[in-house]
Design a protein around this ligand. Sequence first.
Ligand code: PAF
Length: 284
Amino acid sequence: MPAVEIVRTIDEVRDAIGGASPVFLVPTMGYFHEGHLSLIRTAAEDKVSEPEGLVAVSLFVNPTQFNDPKDLEAYPRDEERDAALAREAGCDLLFLPTAREMYPPDEGGTRVMPPRVARKWEGEHRPGHFVGVATVVLKLFHIFFPDVAYFGEKDWQQCRVIAEMVRDLNLPVWLKLCPTVREPDGLAMSSRNTRLSKEARARAVELYRALLAVADAAARGEDFQKECERAKERLFAAGFESVDYIAVVDGETLEPASAPGPGLRAIGAATIEGVRLIDNVSVD
Ligand code: PAF
């Protein structure tokens, strides 16, 4: 297996890419699980028919998207393990910048104003989060000039924010949104899951189950508002200490759905043992 090239500066990225084309980019914050690895493997599969192609992975725990400094500090990190996993999954180039490289002390503070779809839900509960996400993703697009970029549908609202940014700013990149990878019991894979005790981990799957029940009610044309309230009660009963939202929304605009219809998604965010989890499922 060829070694993955590890680079830490933007100049090194540009040198390493050289004339490679197309560039397949997987932006991540590291501490890889099957969700990340499936994105990297998808990129590696897309490269098979492209002899001049390159699979790049960025690993950067982006401070500007964390509204809670404790969450940033607690975010798990293991560069060595990640480099080995990325290589096995088919990564050619791994970018591991420092915060100083991405946001040098002399930067002027330019930030991307995210689109309307960023306002509610995560936008409301994590003020400034999508400014940080949109800014760092745009920076990564300008560092790599990828032809294709890969994101996981677990962060559904993030996918919509990035898709609208790409459209609104005419960015020449094709987005490939990949399905959520789940643990055998259904819990969406997330780097944050590793912070849960065994007991809380076992109960955490209730978020997924609650969303499935809401989606089911919406798909059957039933009163899904009532089912959202029931889902919240179910999460508190399972030991979640807070529920930020459980809702049925239009999958494109993220506006709350008022009636059953096509393209809806059940979305939710809730905290157990101090770990905030998010998930979403299709209503169809
Ligand atoms: O989904 C993530 O891991 C991050 O939000 C992203 C897209 C890599 C930006 O930091």
